[in-house]
Design a protein around this ligand. Structure first.
Ligand SMILES: [Zn+2]
Length: 651
């Protein structure tokens, strides 16, 4: 594995005829990888680095998945692409991305993602011929926002697609496994029993191995870029996971650039290529310009980043400042927004209690030198001002109109519904890390099945900070699961009264109302506030369905499909409503469309079975219900129908 002495260091040239593979590994601390001196077992990534370029001081611009990936794919800072948190935002469809720009250069394009934060609903799909976001594993609490797919399954899907390509391609592979909960499979659980996070990183490396091996055998060379979207705090600064702070544990990421394929494998040249270690600061916004330059494509206009090819070939380059932020707690909980800037090895964090660190002398950010180095702090403040530091609007981009409607429905009391202009020390996340810790504690209890304990924690959080949106939603979920719908509804109504206006809260409230016999109230709430939010429109359609208002439901799902024609679930719901309305032919078309888009939709198979049975195709109906039960063994309708059609056909 060690590179031969005497070889030349890795270099990179433009080449219009190469494949491009972007691998993003979720929640990956740079210092976990072997190549970075870490203690995970990562032979595949280390081998890539040992014949490529390894950037030792690379940074993300955000510390949550969707925001960071939006920066990677668009080459823009969060305040430019507009996504500030994992929920409540969507990428503007006209925003150019690596996929749209490379597709325009003749690349076939495909994305294979492993975690719900990158679900197609968040708008990263434009430009991708294939956007494979099929999640195969329910989240540990059964919450839709925790669904994921293991790395080996993601890699297999990507390999199937790559193997079918003849022309050049751009593929983005996202693996989610190092994200909590840390549950590495098989031998990795045993080997890393004392540090399961490192076990997940090691397992992820093993899962990626076949992908790199395949590229080594291809005739066309493949540029491989591997990075993390953000790191993981693992207890540093009182934070266990990520999203709250932007210390190096979560902001610094690995970045490896290498080339695999014909002319690269087993040739003297490839073996002799030595690792190029780059200490110049680089940023995620530099990745898109690098991808374009490597493909000999013209630079995209107005991007803040710069191609890394010159830095790779020279081994170093100019120091460019980097903007970063952590806005999740600001936009969902009303805490102070965190933004900052890196200049050289200095890091400035703008919060009510400001922070300045000298990362060269103090890489763990233990000593805040903002007072000792007041002059430097002033320079950093000026540098930060070059970036757009206006506070973001709250998640869900609530218009004054929506807020007025909520008020007229009696949902909003006196609480504020926008990010404030002024914050005190009490709003600084450093002062609120206890609330964050309690949220983690509640989530842990919920996952472990201790629902009452979790509920008590969420209630305590709401008593301390009544603007903590996630506490209401989780508490309501617990009540809902305990079949206490009145309490679930009351909890979310209390959230709205406390000034929380996130669309997720309203959508959930609409769902709970509709499914607990108050469909008309749900319709009133959602029809007034859905706007063009696909999730809210879906909720409204479901409420109409439950109210038996089939024509309104069909109209609503049709409107949703005008916004999102590829929404399989919307086709399923449309088909199910058409079936209710006795439009069997229309139902069959819609349900087949749903299955074509998403073959994992068990409900579509169940409903299609009914259509088939009603039109005399008994055997096909049985096959459809059996398929539904394979996909979802808890599908009671499919089981009931199978039992009804006769003995020997059920399970
Ligand atoms: Zn992530």
């Amino acid at each position: 594995m060690a590179s031969c002495s005497g070889g030349r260091e890795f270099s990179l040239a433009s080449n219009a005829d190469r494949n491009i593979l972007l691998v993003t590994i979720d929640t990956l601390r740079a210092d976990a990888l072997g190549a970075y001196g870490g203690h995970a077992s990562t032979p595949n990534l280390d081998a890539l680095a040992s014949h490529g370029a390894r950037f030792d001081f690379a940074h993300a611009h955000a510390v949550v998945t969707l925001v960071s990936h939006a920066s990677i794919l668009t080459g823009r800072y969060p305040y430019e692409h507009g996504i500030r948190d994992n929920t409540g935002y969507r990428l503007r469809p006209e925003q150019p991305t690596a996929a749209t720009l490379l597709k325009a250069r003749g690349f076939s394009t495909a994305a294979f993602v492993g975690g719900f934060p990158l679900d197609r609903r968040f708008g990263l799909t434009p430009g991708f011929d294939v956007y494979d976001d099929r999640m195969t594993r329910a989240g540990p609490t059964g919450d839709v926002d925790e669904r994921e797919r293991p790395a080996d399954v993601v890699v297999k899907s990507a390999l199937d697609w790559i193997n079918a390509q003849t022309g050049k391609w751009f593929t983005w592979v996202h693996v989610y496994d190092p994200h909590e909960p840390y549950q590495p499979p098989g031998e990795f659980a045993t080997r890393f029993a004392s540090d399961p996070y490192l076990g997940e990183v090691s397992w992820t490396d093993a899962a990626l191995g076949p992908l790199f091996d395949r590229l080594r055998g291809l005739n066309r060379p493949t540029l491989v870029v591997v990075t993390g979207d953000h790191g993981e705090s693992l207890g540093e600064h009182g934070e266990r996971t990520h999203s709250l702070f932007a210390y190096e544990a979560t902001l610094r990421v690995p970045l490896i650039v290498a080339e695999l394929g014909k002319g690269m494998k087993d040739t003297k040249e490839a073996k002799d290529t030595k690792e190029r270690v780059v200490e110049t600061p680089v940023r995620h916004v530099d990745l898109l310009p690098t991808l374009l330059a490597s493909a000999a494509a013209p630079a995209a206009e107005g991007l803040p980043g710069a191609s890394l090819i010159d830095i790779i070939n020279a081994g170093s380059g100019p120091d460019r400042p980097s903007y970063f932020e952590a806005m999740s707690a600001a936009v969902t909980r009303g805490w102070a927004p965190l933004r900052g800037v890196l200049v050289g090895r200095d890091k400035y964090i703008d919060l009510p209690i400001v922070e300045l660190y000298d990362l060269a002398a103090d890489p763990k950010e233990a000593s805040n030198v903002v007072r000792a180095r007041a002059d430097r702090a002033r320079v950093m403040v000026e540098t930060l001002k070059q970036f757009n530091v206006a506070p973001p609007s709250r998640a869900g981009t609530e218009t004054a109109d929506t807020i007025e409607r909520l008020r007229s429905l009696g949902y909003i009391g006196g609480g504020s519904a926008t990010v404030r202009e002024h914050y005190t020390d009490a709003d600084d996340p450093k002062q609120l890390v206890e609330i964050d810790r309690m949220l983690t504690q509640g989530n842990d209890a919920l996952r472990a099945g201790r629902a009452d304990e979790a509920a008590d924690v969420y209630k305590a959080i709401i008593a301390k900070r009544p603007d903590t949106e996630d506490a209401y939603r989780k508490l309501a979920l617990i009540y809902w699961r305990q079949q206490r719908p009145r309490l679930a509804v009351e909890t979310l109504e209390a959230a709205l009264r406390a000034g929380i206006t996130q669309s997720e809260v309203r959508i959930k409230l609409g769902q709970y109302l509709a499914e607990s016999g108050q469909a008309e109230k749900a319709i009133e709430l959602l029809s007034a506030t859905a706007g063009n939010d696909p999730d809210a429109i879906m909720g409204l359609g479901n409420a109409y369905m439950l109210a038996g208002r089939n024509a309104d439901a069909i109209r609503t799902f049709t409107r949703l499909l005008q916004i999102e024609p590829g929404n399989g679930l919307a086709w399923e719901n449309l088909g199910t409503t058409q079936l209710q309305a006795k439009d069997v032919k229309g139902a069959e078309t819609s349900l087949r469309r749903a299955i074509q888009i998403d073959p994992s939709l068990s409900g579509a198979y169940t409903a299609l079975g009914v259509v088939l049975a009603q039109t005399g195709r008994r055997d096909e109906a049985i096959a459809a219900w059996k398929r539904a039960l394979e996909l979802d063994p808890s599908d009671e309708n499919a089981a009931f129908n199978l039992k009804r059609v006769g003995p020997g056909t059920g399970r």
